[in-house]
Ligand binder design. Structure first.
Ligand SMILES: *[C@@H]1O[C@H](CO)[C@@H](O)[C@H](O)[C@H]1NC(C)=O
Ligand SMILES: *[C@@H]1O[C@H](CO)[C@@H](O)[C@H](O)[C@H]1NC(C)=O
Ligand SMILES: *[C@@H]1O[C@H](CO)[C@@H](O)[C@H](O)[C@H]1NC(C)=O
Ligand SMILES: *[C@@H]1O[C@H](CO)[C@@H](O)[C@H](O)[C@H]1NC(C)=O
Ligand SMILES: *[C@@H]1O[C@H](CO)[C@@H](O)[C@H](O)[C@H]1NC(C)=O
Length: 442
């Protein structure tokens, strides 16, 4: 069990051993604000603008990779293995390095109209652009760039959903932006808060959706759109959220993710009885710890997927680290770095390590019997590679031109979500590779 601890040690000290920090009492607040400030109606959509379409269907995306200089100024010698093709089962896609990539992103703030305002770093005036010129390079195998034409071909008549919190929305927008370079999406549904949406790509008969369910299990949430809570979250550890399970039968593919919301204060229910809580001082309840609830939730989710008679291909995406330095989200924390970390330059903070370990353990258990049962559950383990990208967050540029009037203005930083374009685009390279070649967890 994990108890709350407080500390002010900088989690990003190069020395891993200095990392005895837990942003516990504060982290539940962090997510409250960070997530909720970003739940705005600014996620607008237009389907009328023409966008450039790559000229040659087959070769265009690959040629971006092929056109890389043979000798890049790499800080390691893994480039020697770059021309290797992936061998399913042999390559761990999630162990590698970020290497310079002069080709840059597939889309910009001009060519993609679906970028949420708070993640539109280019438009908001982020002055540097170096963070756009890196790509994830797994050790010992190559990772081709996402190929939207090929993706559409594979996805004809299919439907795909991103299921989770605002990071899942961040992720779906990355995919939308890339796909919209080939065909514009048509939004066919949104909920009242613009948090769940469905898009159609008519010429490819492909349906993409995002389902907002931050806990994935049944939760009564009493927060307004600004993250101000009027009562504790009531979390039912033995019931899944029907919002996504009711849709599951209609899906061919799903990317499911959770995590950060479990850090919030919540009262835990099992069998309709209150069994404890997480971070509820002053109430006569047993502190069970977020890890207890997160593990229960994952067990329920994985059980549902592996025992469903509907055979979708489900990815579970692991927790995403934040990069607040010199403070927290509410105390002036920032993320001003301009380049990725190298492998040994950063250690994971304790909450992320705890979550990630639970994810790996429960995934392992759930898939132990997988192949015999025909279970298609894959782990999209983006935690570590994302940890290496402190440079990929909006920081102060979650707002439009934050320093236009006062260059010393104090502004809220977002060091949790990712700029679009940005490092999160590489998550889709990994997804594509896992669909096409299987990847390590096939
Ligand atoms: C895109 O960003 C640039 C600055 O990088 C800005 O000048 C331009 O107005 C933005 N365009 C849109 C459509 O947001
Ligand atoms: C290249 O890949 C092979 C296995 O595929 C591995 O043994 C070797 O260490 C790799 N070389 C580098 C420089 O990563
Ligand atoms: C898509 O559905 C149409 C109509 O049912 C069918 O004719 C076509 O073969 C399907 N294509 C693929 C790739 O499944
Ligand atoms: C589109 O895909 C659905 C299955 O998802 C299929 O039933 C339908 O016939 C397809 N439509 C066309 C025009 O291919
Ligand atoms: C706390 O709960 C326990 C068991 O439910 C009960 O015995 C005890 O009296 C309660 N304490 C207070 C201060 O309410």
């Amino acid at each position: 069990m994990v108890k709350e601890m407080r500390s002010v040690v900088n989690p990003f000290s190069p020395l891993k051993h200095n990392n005895v920090i837990i942003k516990f009492a504060v982290s539940f607040l962090l997510v409250g604000l960070a997530f909720h400030l970003l739940v705005s109606d600014s996620f607008t959509f237009s389907s009328v603008v023409e966008t450039p379409v790559p000229a040659n269907e087959e070769t265009e995306p690959e040629s971006l990779v092929a056109s890389l200089p043979a000798e890049e100024p790499l800080s390691n010698d893994f480039a020697a293995n770059e021309s290797q093709t992936s061998q399913p089962g042999k390559c761990d896609l999630f162990v590698g390095d970020w290497i310079p990539d002069p080709s840059g992103p597939f889309y910009t703030n001009q060519s993609c109209l679906q970028i949420e305002g708070h993640q539109n770093c280019m438009k908001n005036g982020r002055p540097d652009s170096g963070y756009l010129h890196w790509r994830w390079n797994p050790r010992g195998c190559s990772l081709p760039r996402f190929n939207p034409k090929k993706f559409f071909r594979l996805m004809r008549n299919k439907s795909w959903a991103f299921i989770g919190d605002s990071i899942s929305r961040n992720h779906v927008q990355s995919l939308l932006c890339t796909l919209s370079q080939v065909e514009q999406a048509v939004e066919v549904y949104h909920d009242e808060e613009y948090r769940s949406k469905i898009w159609r790509f008519p010429s490819h008969n492909f349906t993409l959706s995002v389902i907002w369910t931050p806990f994935l299990i049944k939760a009564d949430i009493f927060e307004d759109m600004n993250g101000v809570s009027s009562s504790e979250i009531q979390l039912h550890l033995d019931k899944l959220d029907k919002k996504w399970t009711d849709q599951y039968r209609n899906l061919d593919y799903a990317i499911i993710a959770g995590g950060k919301w479990f850090l919030k204060t919540a009262i835990y229910h099992e069998n309709n009885v209150v069994t404890g809580c997480h971070y509820c001082p002053g109430q006569n309840l047993t502190e069970l710890g977020f890890d207890y609830a997160y593990r229960k939730a994952l067990q329920l989710i994985f059980y549902f997927i592996t025992n469903s008679d509907h055979k979708a291909l489900a990815f579970f995406r692991t927790t995403t680290p934040d990069h607040f330095e010199n403070g927290e989200w509410f105390s002036g924390g920032t993320c001003n770095r301009k380049v990725p970390f190298k492998e040994d330059e950063v250690g994971m903070i304790d909450v992320d390590t705890i979550m990630h370990n639970i994810e790996l353990e429960e995934f392992e258990k759930a898939t132990a019997l997988g192949p015999e049962k025909g279970v298609a559950l894959k782990l999209l383990d983006t935690t570590r590679l994302s940890l290496l990208r402190p440079d990929g967050h909006p920081g102060p540029y979650r707002q439009f031109q934050p320093f236009a009037e006062d260059k010393n203005a104090q502004v809220q930083n977002d060091c949790l979500h990712w700029c679009l374009p940005g490092p999160i685009d590489s998550w889709n390279d990994l997804v594509m590779e896992m669909i096409v070649n299987g990847g390590i967890y096939q």
